[in-house]
Design a protein. Structure first.
Length: 394
């Protein structure tokens, strides 16, 4: 009876394998099947052979099937692992692209702030522009800026930070920690020194980009100060090559007195480039500079007739015409207006016409002093601006 039970062992292995669903149970069933055949041979019972052999075939088929399934599962897992690596690589690539884009935008911001402050002369406006950028880019609301020349404070701007007794080294290039949680970034060149004081939320804000931004601003402040310091000794505007406002006013007074003594006419033309702010806003300050230089070249042509031409400020220009009556001055200035209107700026990216407006006043009929003449020309200019622009009023 015990031998009969041993022959039934393969089916016991089959039941276990169905419950467990593991490869090793199928292998165990094969061993049970082999053992059943051996016992069947010993007992010399063909019926037992058939039972044991069928159990052996069943276990073997289940074993092979499960091995195929296991191999298939391994392939699936490998594909999943490969897919995960590809996705990770794509995500990393996407992160790299985002970081690259952020760096590009960051350096565009540096260029943008430099372009906006480099021609400014009002330090209060310069400092407010810097504060706006620092707040937008880094979230800094408390800021102080100092410009020193030979150890003397020349310019100082404070918002939320008092820097009276703060001591720091301008020779250190890295950000320095001061008392009260205040940090400073300083730069020194010979006797000139610039420094920015700030209070970051935490030290993680002080990144490489952070220091590059501050360094760029400090250099820009140095250049602005040095330009303003030494520019007063120059008679001509560095961008256009025309006389500066101070010089053109001196020439106006001299020429007016000469014309009074000799009883000659003197005409003054006041020019303004129409909608010049929109050129700077839409195309950038470099393109705006190109427009200023182009118009200055047109005005310089009249200096061949003995006239004086100067840049009064921004996009405003003055022409002093000795001995020119109103009608003659009108014709010459209107020729310049027409030349500007017909000029093609498409090589700079401007696909529209750039026009100018002009007001003219003449001695003696429009005024008895040089300042009256200049004021009348200015009023006529703005009358043109208010009534459609792109014409000459005399």
């Amino acid at each position: 009876m015990k031998l009969y039970l041993l022959v039934l062992l393969p089916y016991l292995g089959f039941i276990v394998s169905l419950k467990m669903k593991r490869v090793y149970t199928y292998a165990l069933q094969i061993l049970f099947g082999v053992a059943g055949i051996v016992f069947a041979v010993i007992l010399q019972e063909p019926a037992f052979w058939l039972i044991a052999f069928s159990a052996l075939l069943l276990g073997g088929s289940l074993f092979l099937g499960d091995m195929k399934a296991l191999s298939f599962n391994r392939q699936i897992k490998k594909l999943e692992a490969d897919s995960a690596e590809v996705l990770k690589a794509l995500e990393q690539s996407d992160e790299d692209l985002k970081y690259q884009k952020m760096k590009e935008e960051f350096y565009i911001q540096i260029f943008d702030i430099y372009e906006k402050i480099r021609f400014e002369t009002d330090y209060e406006r310069i400092f407010n522009l810097i504060l706006t950028y620092f707040e937008d880019v880094f979230g800094l609301t408390k800021l102080a800026i100092v410009i020193k020349d030979k150890g003397n404070v020349i310019r100082k701007f404070e918002r939320g930070i008092l820097i009276k007794d703060l001591k720091y080294s301008s020779k250190k290039t890295r950000v320095q920690q001061l008392a009260g949680g205040i940090k400073v970034k300083a730069r020194q060149r010979f006797d000139l020194e610039t420094a920015i004081f700030f209070t970051p939320e935490d030290d993680t804000q002080i990144t490489e980009e952070f220091e590059v931004f501050f360094e760029s601003v400090l250099i820009a402040l140095m250049r602005i100060y040095l330009y303003q310091k030494y520019d007063k000794f120059s008679k001509t505007d560095f961008l256009t090559g025309l006389f500066k406002k101070r010089v053109i006013l001196e020439l106006l007074i001299e020429d007016f007195n000469r014309c009074m003594r000799r009883k000659m006419s003197l005409s003054v033309a006041f020019f303004d480039i129409d909608d010049f702010k929109s050129v700077n806003d839409n195309y950038g300050h470099l393109i705006g500079d190109n427009v200023l230089k182009t118009f200055s070249e047109m005005l310089r042509k009249v200096s061949d007739h003995g006239f004086f031409v100067g840049r009064y400020g921004g996009e405003e220009f003055v022409v002093i015409m000795i001995g020119e009556k109103k009608e003659q001055a009108f014709i010459k200035m209107d020729d310049i207006r027409k030349e500007m209107e017909s000029h093609n700026f498409s090589d700079t990216g401007i696909m529209r016409k750039i026009t100018v407006s002009c007001g003219i006043a003449t001695y003696p009929e429009d005024g008895e002093t040089p300042y009256e003449i200049l004021e009348i020309a200015d009023k006529r200019l703005y009358k043109v601006k208010e009534s459609g622009k792109n014409r000459v009023e005399s």
